[in-house]
Design a protein around this ligand. Sequence first.
Ligand SMILES: *Cc1c(COP(=O)(O)O)cnc(C)c1O
Length: 363
Amino acid sequence: MPRPILATIHVDSMKQNLAKAKSLSPGAKAWGVLKANGYGHGLERAMRGFAEADGLALIEVDNAVKLRELGWKKPILLLEGFFSLSDLHTMAGYDIQAAVHCDAQLAWLEQVAPQLGERGIRFDLHLKMNTGMNRLGFKPEAFAAAHARLSAMACVGGITMMTHFANADDIEHPLLPIAEQIRRFELGAAGLPGPRSLSNSAGVLLHHALRNDWIRPGIMLYGGSPGGGGAEQFGLQPTMTLSSEIIGVQEIGAGEAVGYGSRFQAEAPMRIGVVACGYADGYPRVAPLGTPVLVDGVRTRLVGRVSMDMLTVDLTDLPQARIGSKVILWGKGLPIDEVAAAAGTIGYELMCALAPRVPVVED
Ligand SMILES: *Cc1c(COP(=O)(O)O)cnc(C)c1O
């Protein structure tokens, strides 16, 4: 029998979450964001889950090619753009779109523009504006000039104007509220033609009035919350359930400790369940005492340090629990965001960190 740990991907829930994103943004097209192996769900599986998306967006050009080979016919967008001149030839060969966020990318495009233009290649590109995130993009005051450079190239087709929000989940942010990012965007984009793409999940869920021609939801499609509220409150469904089983039980007395470092000490006699799941499966090692875990559908708590292949839970109030009892680490019945919050991180990181050694099935 295989080790009992398992990730179950709920492809139907992926479809429903996408439908939710689209219903919240009437008139806009939707990229399904597939970064990081589809937020840990698998590229091909995410492609099927988001078959109704108008396009798929990711980071790596080789994975973009893979999507084409898997039969994806609609648009594909590289969110960080291209990393070299040679990527442009791959993009041309597979009809892949990209963000353009810096002068170096404009220069690469200019180098190949005459040659590719002559061959009839027309890239649809997404000119990115830095409206305060200060990662990628042209400053508002440099945007029109970058737009003009792109427009002048023979190999450029459509130009979408794009920006990314730093704080869409926190309307009252004291330093950079979303309203300020929108103000800068409008300033930089003033008078320029073409479609616009602004909203990530938080934008879609919390800022319905934003004008988008293309939305870029990621985490919400995977049933996770971008912040600013729980995923359930937004009507999203979990798409990944990480489950395992109890593989050992220890009865311990008052004063005895559990696990590496003997960090947890029992105050009274306890039953401890050992779960086949550890940090080498993607469970966060930093998860502290009290992190919620479901055993036979009942909520209990993590005790002791998470080790590589195992973690330990409190079974004192679960007398029926025994070897083989079903354990849910996150997913259906236990929101991933709750586990993440206990561990001081976000659902995104837990999903993306699902380890390759965990077998994955679909239901
Ligand atoms: C990751 C990413 C998204 C999706 O963000 P979520 O918070 O997961 O919805 C959208 N746009 C860009 C540019 C991204 O990098």
